[in-house]
Design a protein around this ligand. Structure first.
Ligand code: ADP
Ligand code: MG
Length: 479
């Protein structure tokens, strides 16, 4: 029997606000343990929370960007559970009245467009961190993260493979980075996700029993954990047994999942509206104002690359991964005037070396104007495409401009007809046998002469010119 995979992700994004979601303590990453705390963070009696307007604005921005309905009247709720990193004994979250509902995330896998529905996006506070110290056999609590604003983005169960789950997660990271509401840094925990997964026989309409894998903090882990779960659930179902609904942890060392706890129901959390916080009222005018100030989104950038620059959807997807990259690309085009050539240079040459060096586009030693100037040198036949590759390497290593490198190395291409003709005549005279064969119609010998002339000119002759002039000179000799 064949099974279909059904996946839904709950993605947590940490918002890049300066202060926490309900108090003025810093929301910065790092710091000495318990450096960023105050009475609200500590849940001291009498300390009252005040909602951070910027966090609400960020939630609305993401809601608009994902075509959600923004709830004009939404509310915070207390979610109760006991854990040492949660001093109040409850987390402030949103329950049945979240700020955003029913949206969608669009993205491309290669040329294929995918759309995943969103159930909701809600605001909540992060918890602190327990640090287990094996040397002293004690546990320590750091509350710097407690109260940092998060958005939880809950997808519909519409994802059908681990690769698609990773692509969806990348699309969310891309969106929040374009919006500048989060750095989307998975290593620092600014972006993490819980993956729900079930299988069902192909053709069956009802969902199978799901498991939930908690706290995946890299794209790789999301894929590996889901692949492991598919294999595990498949073998259970094939053996005629039932999948147990539970919460799992992914062990990245051996690539397996293991039970963490049995799945809790929402009733277990005793949710109720937080009486310390007034409901969040979102005026229509506020939404319009935020909408007006929304930056251009990745899909809009990509559409422009396809319609205005004639790039493929695939190239547009690659170039818009990061906002800094698409901006860089636009600068290269402005400097050289050739959109296709700029695309090739940025996506294959530049991204290739940046990747290898572990650098981001912002750290590129080759500026956009330099790369544009290099492309221009090829277009105007000053250097050949082949020379350009070595000039580019030098630019990357030294940060020098292409003109400086061409000057220094005397790399200028020989495009002067007379100079090239002299070399051609010499090669024709030195190789009478090959010339006779060539004139007799052996096309392979055309390549031979091109090679000879390129060698004779130290690789600096313009190959296009060499090609043309060999034919021209041969025609003269035919007569
Ligand atoms: P809960 O209230 O139990 O957390 P939700 O309905 O909010 O459940 O769903 C949580 C996440 O689980 C969502 O991303 C949803 O798409 C996903 N999900 C729900 N049912 C299934 C299922 N049978 N298989 C896979 N994912 C599922
Ligand atoms: Mg849930």
């Amino acid at each position: 029997m064949d099974f279909e995979t059904v996946i839904g992700l709950e993605v947590h994004v940490q918002l890049a606000t300066r202060s926490k979601i309900f108090c003025a303590a810093s929301a910065a990453y790092g710091g000495e343990p318990n450096e960023f705390i105050d009475p609200v963070t500590l849940g001291l009696p009498g300390a009252l929370p005040v909602t951070n307007k910027r966090a609400v604005e960020f939630a609305i921005m993401l809601g608009i960007a994902t075509s959600c309905e923004i709830r004009r009247f939404n509310r915070f709720a207390r979610k109760h559970y006991f854990y040492p990193d949660l001093p109040k004994g409850y987390q402030i979250s949103q329950f049945d009245e979240p700020i955003c509902e029913r949206g969608r995330v669009d993205f491309f896998i290669g040329d294929i467009k995918r759309t995943i529905g969103l159930k909701r996006i809600h605001m909540e506070e992060d918890a602190g961190k327990n640090i287990h110290d094996s040397r002293t056999n004690s546990s320590l609590v750091d509350l710097n993260r407690a109260g940092v604003p998060l958005l939880e983005i809950v997808s519909e169960p519409e994802i059908h493979s681990p690769a698609e789950a990773a692509a969806y997660l990348r699309a969310i990271r891309q969106l929040v980075r374009y919006l500048e509401i989060s750095d989307g840094n998975m290593e620092e925990g600014s972006l993490r996700c819980d993956a729900n997964i079930s299988l069902r026989p192909v053709g069956q309409l009802t969902f199978g029993t799901r498991t939930e894998i908690k706290n995946l903090n890299s794209f790789k882990f999301v894929e590996r954990a889901l692949e492991y779960e598919i294999a595990r659930q498949t073998s259970i179902l094939k053996a005629g047994q039932h999948v147990v609904q539970q919460t799992l942890l992914f062990d990245s060392v051996n690539g397996t999942t293991r039970p963490m706890r049995s799945k809790e129901e929402s009733a277990d959390y005793r949710y109720f509206p937080d009486p310390d916080l007034p409901p969040v009222v979102v005026e229509e005018s506020w939404i319009r104002e935020i909408q007006r100030e929304l930056p251009k989104l990745p899909a809009q950038w990509a559409n422009e690359l396809v319609s205005e620059f004639g790039l493929s959807q695939y190239d547009a997807t690659v170039l818009t991964t990061e906002r800094a990259a698409v901006e860089y690309y636009h600068q290269v085009v402005a400097a050289c005037g050739n959109a296709k050539a700029a695309c090739n240079w940025v996506t294959s040459e530049l991204f290739g070396v940046l990747n290898k060096a572990g650098l981001s586009i912002e750290e590129s030693p080759v500026s956009s104007s330099s790369l544009g100037a290099l492309i221009k040198l090829i277009e105007t036949d000053v250097i050949s495409g082949k020379m350009a590759k070595s000039v580019f390497e030098e630019m990357f290593a030294t940060g020098k401009t292409p003109d400086a490198i061409v000057q220094e190395k005397g790399l200028k291409q020989v495009s002067n007809d007379e100079e090239i003709l002299v070399a051609i005549r010499k090669e024709f005279d030195n190789n009478p046998g090959q010339l006779a064969g060539y004139l007799g119609g052996n096309e392979r010998l055309h390549g031979f002469f091109v090679g000879q002339v390129m060698k004779a000119t130290g690789g600096q002759a313009n190959p296009k010119k060499v090609n043309e002039l060999i034919r021209q000179e041969a025609a003269l000799r035919q007569k």
